[in-house]
Structures are given as structure tokens and as C-alpha cells.
Design a protein around this ligand. Structure first.
Ligand SMILES: *[C@@H]1O[C@H](CO)[C@@H](O)[C@H](O)[C@H]1NC(C)=O
Ligand SMILES: *[C@@H]1O[C@H](CO)[C@@H](O)[C@H](O)[C@H]1NC(C)=O
Ligand SMILES: *[C@@H]1O[C@H](CO)[C@@H](O)[C@H](O)[C@H]1NC(C)=O
Ligand SMILES: *[C@@H]1O[C@H](CO)[C@@H](O)[C@H](O)[C@H]1NC(C)=O
Ligand SMILES: *[C@@H]1O[C@H](CO)[C@@H](O)[C@H](O)[C@H]1NC(C)=O
Ligand SMILES: *[C@@H]1O[C@H](CO)[C@@H](O)[C@H](O)[C@H]1NC(C)=O
Length: 205
């Protein structure tokens, strides 16, 4: 009994580290830090209300970040982007569909991509609060936010409370609101978790 415990305990901890690492790989940490950073910027600098998370916008932001991931950071990408020269996304309509969105309910939202090497948390926040993007963050019109990231890219989408920028389909149902990204994230964690359980079981024998 005691000896099998001695075997299982390190395994248990390595599983926790593995899961933790997996979450970090998804960029979820950076996304959450930026979410809190943007809301405290709005509260302290501007006395504006906090933005609430929008699942569909987050799904779209994840999809866009995924498209950008192979482009290196340059002085013309990210928040340095000269308006109008942003890389065009060929499969944008497809991404919208995947996230239960269409052009009518996203028109008034804004999409803000930024490329920051290793998503350095301090640089990530200032790239949104101290760039031309601050103009959008300063607006009272925006009420919701979705953040997605992949490799060096992080994408912030702001949504409005009006139908044209709500990022919410007219006949929204709760089941459709579940973003594809959060589903896949929890799926990966579940597989890892089961794998860890299996490993623990095998070692126990
Ligand atoms: C911040 O806004 C709230 C309500 O919008 C208001 O009651 C409060 O006085 C404002 N505070 C400052 C410092 O402007
Ligand atoms: C970007 O960098 C290149 C070379 O470093 C430079 O020639 C160019 O002027 C820069 N562009 C901008 C918009 O700063
Ligand atoms: C934005 O990030 C870049 C790195 O991609 C950095 O060089 C730049 O200083 C940052 N800008 C701001 C305003 O933080
Ligand atoms: C947004 O608000 C901050 C704080 O008041 C200000 O420093 C910044 O210049 C504003 N940005 C724009 C683009 O107006
Ligand atoms: C924000 O609202 C004001 C007035 O309600 C409107 O004039 C302005 O165009 C809106 N801005 C955006 C970015 O939707
Ligand atoms: C977008 O979806 C809404 C319902 O969610 C629908 O009423 C509208 O016609 C759609 N617009 C387009 C351009 O497909």
C-alpha cells in the first residue's frame, strides 16, 4: 500500500504539471491576463464599465489568430499595422460560420490583431492600451470582448450591445453559444486526464 502510494504520488504531480503546461500552450494565461488588463485600464483610466466575455467573438478571435500564426512579427504587423494593409483573410466567411456568426451581427464590432514575440504580458497589454487600438478601448459603445491567441499572435474582438455588433445570432440558443475553441480545449484536457488515470492504473499494477 505504502509503496504503491510512493509510486503514484510523483505521477500524480507530473500529471498536474502536464495539464498546467497544456493550458499555457493554449495561450489561455495570456488571454486572461489581457482580459483583466483591458478591464482595469477601462475602469481606472476611463471609468468605463467592464467588458463581458463573448463566446462567439472568442471563437472568431481564436480562428483569426490561427490564420496569422505563420506570419512573423514585423513593424507592419500587429498594433503597428497601417490601417488598410492588414493581411486579408481568405476564409473569413468560413470562420464566421464556424462561430455561428455572419456579417450582419459582426459589422459594428472591431477586430484587433497584434503580434508580440512570446506574447510578453507587459507588451501585450500596452500594444492595445498605448496604440491606435486605445481609440476603440476608450469607446463606451463596446460592451463585450473575445480574445484568442496562437503562437506570437493575439487577437482582441470588441462587441457592442446593438444587434449589428452583438456577435449573437438572432435566434440564439444556449447550446449554440458554446464556442468551438472552449469545447476543443476541454476535450484535450479530458484526454490528458484519462491518459494520466490510465498511467496511474498501469503503474499501480
Ligand atoms: C464613474 O462612473 C460612475 C457611474 O458611471 C459615477 O457614479 C462615478 O462618479 C464616476 N467616477 C469618477 C471618478 O468619475
Ligand atoms: C519597417 O522597417 C523597415 C526596415 O527595418 C524600414 O525600412 C521601414 O521604414 C519600417 N516601416 C515602418 C512603417 O516603420
Ligand atoms: C508592441 O509590441 C512590439 C513587439 O511586437 C513592441 O516592440 C512594441 O514596443 C509594443 N508597443 C507598445 C505600444 O507596447
Ligand atoms: C484613450 O484614453 C486614454 C486615457 O484617458 C488616453 O490617454 C488616450 O489618449 C485615449 N486614446 C485615444 C485614441 O483617444
Ligand atoms: C458609438 O456611439 C455613438 C453614439 O451613440 C456613435 O455616434 C458612434 O458611431 C459609435 N461608435 C462606434 C464605433 O460604433
Ligand atoms: C445573419 O443571421 C441572422 C440571424 O442570426 C439573420 O437574420 C440574417 O439574415 C443573417 N444575415 C446574413 C447576411 O446572412
Amino acid at each position: 500500500m505504502a509503496s504503491s502510494l510512493r509510486l503514484l504520488l510523483p505521477l500524480f504531480f507530473s500529471c498536474i504539471i502536464l495539464l498546467n503546461h497544456l493550458v499555457k500552450c493554449n495561450g489561455a494565461d495570456e488571454e486572461d491576463t489581457l482580459f483583466q488588463g483591458i478591464n482595469s485600464y477601462r475602469a481606472s483610466a476611463l471609468n468605463l464599465t467592464a467588458l463581458t466575455k463573448n463566446d462567439n467573438a472568442e471563437c472568431l478571435a481564436d480562428g483569426i489568430a490561427d490564420q496569422f500564426k505563420n506570419q512573423p512579427c514585423t513593424n507592419t504587423t500587429g498594433s503597428n499595422t497601417v490601417p488598410g494593409t492588414e493581411p486579408q483573410l481568405a476564409n473569413f466567411p468560413k470562420l464566421l460560420t464556424k462561430c455561428h456568426l455572419n456579417v450582419s451581427n459582426t459589422r459594428d464590432g472591431v477586430i484587433m490583431p497584434a503580434c508580440i514575440p512570446n506574447l510578453d504580458p507587459d507588451l501585450v497589454l500596452t500594444n492595445f492600451t498605448k496604440s491606435q487600438y486605445s481609440m476603440n478601448l476608450n469607446q463606451t459603445n463596446f460592451t463585450g470582448i473575445g480574445i484568442g491567441s496562437k503562437d506570437n499572435w493575439i487577437v482582441v474582438i470588441l462587441t457592442t450591445s446593438t444587434a449589428e455588433g452583438s456577435y449573437v445570432p438572432a435566434q440564439s440558443t444556449d447550446s449554440a453559444g458554446d464556442s468551438a475553441s472552449s469545447v476543443s480545449k476541454s476535450k484535450i484536457s479530458l484526454i490528458q486526464y484519462l491518459l494520466c488515470l490510465l498511467m496511474g492504473f498501469v503503474f499501480h499494477l
